[in-house]
Ligand binder design. Structure first.
Ligand SMILES: Nc1ncnc2c1ncn2[C@@H]1O[C@H](COP(=O)(O)OP(=O)(O)OP(=O)(O)O)[C@@H](O)[C@H]1O
Ligand SMILES: [Mg+2]
Length: 690
């Protein structure tokens, strides 16, 4: 059992897999012209001073630990690295549904003692039926699991894997292509490169590297195309897949995981993507792909196969062989297994003959058979060898966790947020138009009512106008920012897992970009409504009005962001945010004036942001007005009993002009507080379950 190696195997692979023109399956060759290396195949890869297994060891032995020598070079050097893993098991807590069905165990095992290795320049296919555990294995190896229990050892170039350094030398192309919609292909790549390439690399080299990657994955023609939303605008599914690959490649990783890069694509598109994957391997990187129902051509573009069966057990790990002959030989040698028919798809055949039905029929277990095979012994020996560090080499180490400093991360995040905001008219233009319309509507409804200060009714109307307009504007800001932050948060999870930045600069950039837009919005709103409502024309009073509105709008924008940060999905964020709307409304000081709020509820008045807004707006406008006021409804009022505007506002609403400096501080505190909670929720709460 288990096919032995012969010297021809390496030749086969070098010639047939790596040189697409000759040996690559038909459709790949024909997909879009003949594959031609953009730089004429010129080998420019420089060897770093770090340990380098490839090419040095076992160059002519397919099962050598080093893998194969790179064929394509790029401007930035990288270190070819192997990943060897032994006895990997993974468990999750038993799902409640299964417990209810009477399963006694506390843990559910998803991966069972998986041993294997992936080497530079070797393209490995991770195959198995749906639910076999392919994604789980990649997640465990890449350190992307957020829950569960992992057992076993993983070694990178002979040294135990450390997640922090691993994130710097690996890339993970997720099955779902998650990208910020409002940036172009080139900008997405520049952003990824800037955040993931070491800060000391010459910027000109970085730019050139981005260009090279774009050529490698054939994205040149859509360089300035906006990414857009999947299925709606921008790139097609296939172009999106290639962008996903490119975004990882610009980080110059040594090891790349790709989860189903060809799923959901038609044959032609899959061939184009596969060609870019092959190009990537030919640069000497270690690449592992999960594939689902591959065509013959796609399947045969791989060098090695890791077949998982249900329960996360290995049924085969080894070479594919020319026209899949190694795999076919292995399975056909098992007594009872049906022979492959002429022209049949070996990938489909392999899955069929190793299915649970066949196992039951033949009363065998393919995982047991594999564990008794010569192939397994050899894999174990290889893993053992790759788990030992070569003498004279050093473990990977980087001076800092992230490639860029805090300021570098913040400026890159801000750069992308700025582009995104500028190109999101459905969010920003709409909110400006909305502000304009609202201001004019309120201005015309309450036209020049601010001029009148003769009766208490006049003051009531102004208070009502301010209350209605503020609620309208603030709640609207809160509602509209939520989906924007929600979409970006999914991108954030991917980028954070890729080690691009820490959570704080990302969240801070999100807060900072809003400040700019809210400032413009507040300027619009304040100028229009102030003039139309007819408040007193003094610089100080106008500034108060503007300052209070700016802080309030910002507070509610940040409040919306905070709710997204604190909840797992948009729906819950909306529900939670609206729950507090009614309380804010009730305690704003308009529906129930502050002096009438029962003593045991007054605390809520003081923690209600809207109450501070109303306090500030009214106290700044009327707190220093000493003209006398007629109490509406009183028929006979002696001159002595008339109150000044200032006094009445204080008696009735509890607003004192002398308290304004406290209000000024508090009104600025709310946006800061909500922003801080948002930032820390992004940092400490992870709602992504993997
Ligand atoms: N957190 C979890 N709790 C319980 N079961 C889980 C969990 N994560 C994954 N599984 C189960 O583990 C199995 C393996 O899942 P995985 O996503 O790795 O499969 P896959 O081989 O990638 O399948 P597909 O081809 O559909 O992508 C599935 O049956 C899945 O339902
Ligand atoms: Mg999967």
């Amino acid at each position: 059992m288990g096919s032995d190696e012969d010297g021809n195997e390496h030749m086969n692979r070098s010639n047939s897999k790596k040189q697409f023109n000759s040996g690559l399956p038909r459709s790949l060759r024909n997909a879009k012209g003949v594959f031609s290396p953009p730089n004429g195949g010129e080998l420019r890869m420089q060897q770093s001073g770090l340990p380098h297994h490839s090419a040095v060891r076992n160059e002519h032995h397919m099962y050598g630990p080093g893998g194969v020598t790179p064929e394509r070079g790029m401007i930035l050097p990288f270190q070819p690295l192997s990943i060897a893993f032994s006895e990997i098991s993974y468990y999750v807590d038993m799902p409640a549904e299964m417990k209810h069905e009477g399963v006694p165990e506390d843990r559910l095992q998803l991966l069972t003692s998986i041993t294997g290795a992936f080497r530079p320049g070797v393209l490995t296919a991770l195959v198995g039926v749906s639910g076999a555990g392919k994604t789980t294995l990649m997640d465990v190896l890449a350190g992307r699991k957020t829950a569960g229990y992992i057992e076993g050892d993983i070694h990178i170039a002979g040294y135990p894997k450390k997640q922090q350094t691993f994130a710097r030398i690996s890339g993970y192309c997720e099955q779902n292509d998650i990208h910020s919609p409002q940036v172009t292909v080139h900008e997405s790549l520049v952003y990824s490169a800037w955040l993931r390439l070491a800060a000391d690399i010459n910027p000109a080299f970085k730019s050139q590297f981005v260009e090279e990657v774009m050529e490698l994955v054939e994205l040149m023609s859509m360089r300035d195309a906006l990414v857009g939303l999947p299925g709606m605008t921008g790139l097609s599914t296939e172009q999106r897949k290639r962008l996903t690959i490119a975004v990882e490649l610009v980080a110059n990783p040594s090891i790349i995981f790709m989860d189903e890069p060809t799923s959901g694509l038609d044959a032609r598109a899959a061939a184009i993507v596969m060609r870019t994957v092959r190009n990537t391997v030919d640069t000497g990187r270690t690449v592992v792909c999960t594939i689902h129902q591959p065509s013959i051509d796609i399947f045969e573009a791989f060098d090695e196969v890791l077949l998982l069966k249900r329960g996360g057990r290995v049924a085969y790990m080894g070479p594919l062989g020319h026209h899949s002959h190694k795999v076919v030989e292995y399975f056909e040698a098992i007594p009872g297994v049906q022979k492959i028919c002429e022209g049949c798809n070996p990938a489909t055949w392999m899955l069929e003959v190793s299915s649970v039905n066949v196992e039951n029929e033949l009363n065998i277990d393919f995982a047991d058979l594999y564990e008794k095979s010569f192939l397994f012994m050899r894999n174990k020996a290889l893993v053992h060898e790759l788990s030992q560090a070569l003498p004279g080499t050093q473990d990977l180490s980087f001076p800092t966790q992230f490639a860029r400093s805090f300021a570098g991360q913040l400026s890159s995040c801000l750069w992308k947020q700025n582009l995104t905001y500028w190109r999101s008219p459905d969010y920003n233009l709409v909110r400006f138009v909305f502000t304009l319309i609202t201001s004019v509507v309120f201005g015309t409804i309450f036209w020049q009512i601010g001029v009148k200060r003769d009766t208490t009714n006049d003051i009531f109307i102004v208070m009502g106008a301010l209350y209605a307009a503020t609620i309208f504007m603030c709640f609207n800001n809160c509602g509209t920012v939520q989906p924007v932050v929600g979409v970006e948060r999914t991108v954030f999870y991917r980028e954070k897992a890729a080690g691009m930045y820490s959570a704080i600069p990302y969240a801070l950039a999100q807060v900072m970009i809003e400040i700019l837009y809210v400032l413009i919005q507040a300027a619009f709103y304040s100028s229009i409504t102030y003039a139309m409502i007819g408040f007193e024309w003094t610089i100080v009073k106008f500034f108060w009005y503007f300052y209070i509105m700016f802080c309030s709008l910002l507070a509610f924008t940040n409040y919306g962001m905070m709710m997204v940060g604190l909840t797992p999905n948009g729906q819950l964020a909306v529900i939670l945010a609206s729950f507090f709307y009614s309380l804010f409304n009730l305690f704003s000081g308009f529906l129930i004036p502050m002096p009438l709020i029962p003593a045991w509820w007054i605390w809520y008045y003081w923690i209600c942001p809207l109450a501070w807004t109303m306090y500030g707006l009214m106290a700044s406008q009327y707190g220093d007005v000493y003209t006398k006021l007629t109490i509406s409804g009183d028929i006979i009022v002696s001159e002595k009993k008339l109150l000044s505007v200032s006094q009445w506002v204080q008696d009735y609403f509890g607003f004192r002009h002398s308290f304004l400096h406290v209000v000024a501080g508090m009104i600025a505190l709310w946006p800061v507080l909500f922003a801080l909670i948002f930032i820390f929720s992004i940092k400490f709460l992870n709602f992504q379950r993997r």
